[in-house]
Design a protein around this ligand. Structure first.
Ligand code: ADP
Ligand code: MG
Length: 548
């Protein structure tokens, strides 16, 4: 006897593996089909992180798989461990194929996935009081905290790198406030905010925490051992052991991964904790907008009434005087109340240019730790781990080949694994050394100073969290218009495509639109230091030699 929903799900998994290998993850096998209602095939995910990730990254592929397996125009609905199930009005007859029943009930219409709106909405009620006062002026003895600030050369030009996020989990202007429900078996810190058990919410602008970025998937080696050990200690006693926790290192060495692993683990250990996770750009942008709109108290509530504040790439705070002032107060407010601060940067505090001395010294109150490039052995293990996450068989000689070929940035290692994954799915062949040679050796970097439209789109969409389809659409919302203009600008600066070609590619626009985009971006670069640094970092990434 086989559960019909399970049969559909098994078929979907098979379809996904062949047709959408790039989205497949090993943990998909842990998804549970839990019935049909309202024209939706419901799949339950292990955690809210998995649920949110699926909703944002996998909806299209899953819908395609579902429709292909059932032949019906129905949608997938992802739910979290505690989300209520949608119930169909009438019980479906025992043994009937649920998907087929849903297709009939829905009259075959696909409709919009209501969950998409749910994600984009303002989120649920946040039942807690706000932290009053600014908390400024307290003197702190960083009792028991060992400041440790290794020197070492910078791993990249300051401000020049915005770390691309392979899986797009952190966006420049994105910011995430996430509350976690109890029920994951952790203990509760009574001195942290008391809040409604049901008060889990994600904001419209939230950063997506990637379930792949867990401690389990973080490979420890000589380059990151200290950072990893410290992160684990913090996860068991946040706000107490190392506060702030400041991780620095070059691009693609695992800072964001470690920050997210820490969030995932704290959430597990302390259900109900409130997190705010943002990039430094997000902090600065929100600060400027709040000042302009006169909404500073809302801004302060957002950043200070949390248990854990995570700011990725804090070096972007450089040369932003008023933002530094505000961040200083935010820091004090959280530190005074023993909330955990987690920061990452491309340089140690004292080497961040134009960072106020009082911030430099505060950043050193807790633990400053560096992540160095992985050794050859660590790189082999990372390649194997990346393959495992994707459910791929990776022979040892191929892992060694990749690890030897790519010796700098871990993101590039993962890129090579992704490339082989797709190749093996398309050719229906297992990965072997011949395939690796053929696939990775033929890659030649674009001529220096020149790149491809595809590479530009890759960098921009990854950063802004938009899709190519959005860029090519008629949509003019700011969230799409800005990345589209950045793409057009980069295409004109870094490729030989004509105005007409660029306009045509981005949704059949004419050459004047491209000229306008170039002009707009140039003006904004001149006017705004951060934005200028961001675009420069895109240019640098596009010109850096790479494997994929
Ligand atoms: P950074 O923020 O330092 O630029 P990321 O955290 O975005 O780097 O890491 C880039 C990629 O490398 C991610 O896919 C991440 O999972 C992977 N990565 C980095 N360090 C490790 C590690 N120690 N183990 C496994 N994967 C890693
Ligand atoms: Mg990063």
């Amino acid at each position: 006897m086989t559960d019909p929903d399970r049969q559909v799900w098994d078929g979907m998994l098979a379809h996904l593996r062949v047709q959408h290998p790039e989205v497949c993850r090993q943990w998909f096998e842990e998804l549970e089909p839990v019935g049909i209602a309202g024209g939706q095939f419901q799949l339950r995910a292990l955690t809210v992180f998995h649920r949110d990730y699926l909703r944002e990254r996998c909806t299209e592929a899953f819908n395609d798989a579902l429709r292909s397996v059932t032949g019906a125009l129905i949608n997938v609905r992802f739910i979290g461990p505690e989300d209520p199930l949608l119930q169909s009005p009438g019980r479906r007859p025992k043994g009937e194929n649920g998907a087929a029943a849903a297709a009939r009930a829905s009259g075959g219409a696909a409709g919009n996935d209501p969950d998409r709106h749910e994600i984009g909405g303002a989120g649920g009620a946040e039942a807690r009081g706000s932290v009053g006062g600014t908390g400024i002026g307290g003197t702190h003895e960083a009792a028991g905290l060992s400041g440790h600030a290794p020197g070492g050369p910078l791993n990249g030009p300051l401000n020049g790198h915005v770390n691309g996020h392979m899986n797009g989990q952190a966006e420049a202007h994105g910011a995430g406030r996430v509350e976690f429900k109890p029920g994951m078996g952790g203990t509760r810190r009574e001195d942290w905010h008391s809040r409604s058990a049901a008060g889990e919410s994600r904001r419209h602008d939230s950063v997506l925490v990637n379930p792949d970025y867990s401690f389990e998937n973080f490979i420890v080696g000589p380059g990151n051992r200290l950072a990893h050990a410290a992160a684990q200690a913090i996860a068991t006693n946040p706000g107490r052991v190392y506060n702030p926790f400041f991780v620095h290192g070059g691009v693609g060495l695992g800072k964001t991964h470690l920050l997210q692993a820490l969030c995932l683990r704290i959430a597990e250990n302390y259900p109900g904790s409130v997190f705010y996770y943002t990039s430094c750009e997000g902090f600065v942008t929100q600060y400027i907008e709040s000042v302009q709109r006169g909404q500073m108290s809302e801004f302060r509530h957002r950043f200070r009434d949390v248990d854990v504040l995570v700011i990725d790439d804090i070096h972007f705070l450089a040369s932003r005087e008023s933002s530094q002032e505000e961040f200083f107060h935010t820091f004090n407010a959280l530190f005074n109340t023993q909330k955990q601060l987690i920061l990452s940067s491309d340089a140690p505090p004292e080497e961040i240019p134009d960072l106020e001395e009082r911030l430099v010294s505060r950043f050193k109150w807790g633990l400053v730790t560096k992540i160095d490039a992985p050794t050859y052995e660590t790189r082999i293990t990372i390649v194997k781990s990346k393959a495992k996450v994707r459910g791929l068989a990776m022979p040892d000689d191929v892992a060694c080949y990749i690890a030897a070929k790519i010796d700098t940035n871990i993101r590039e290692l993962e890129g090579a694994v992704v490339k082989l994954h797709i190749k093996s799915a398309v050719d229906c062949r297992d990965i072997d050394i011949a395939m690796a040679r053929e696939t990775l050796e033929t890659d030649s970097p674009p001529p220096s100073g020149e790149t491809t439209l595809q590479a530009i789109i890759g960098v921009v969409t990854e950063f802004y969290g938009v899709r190519l389809a959005d860029l090519q659409s008629r949509g003019r919302q700011r969230s799409i218009a800005l990345p589209r203009q950045v793409c057009m600008y980069l295409a004109r600066r870094c490729t030989r495509h004509s105005l007409e070609e660029v306009g045509g590619f981005f949704g059949g626009r004419d050459h004047t639109t491209v000229m306008h985009a170039v002009d707009t971006i140039e003006k904004r670069r001149k006017a705004e230091g951060e934005f200028d640094a961001l675009v420069r970092s895109f240019e640098e990434r596009l010109r850096a030699p790479r494997v994929v």
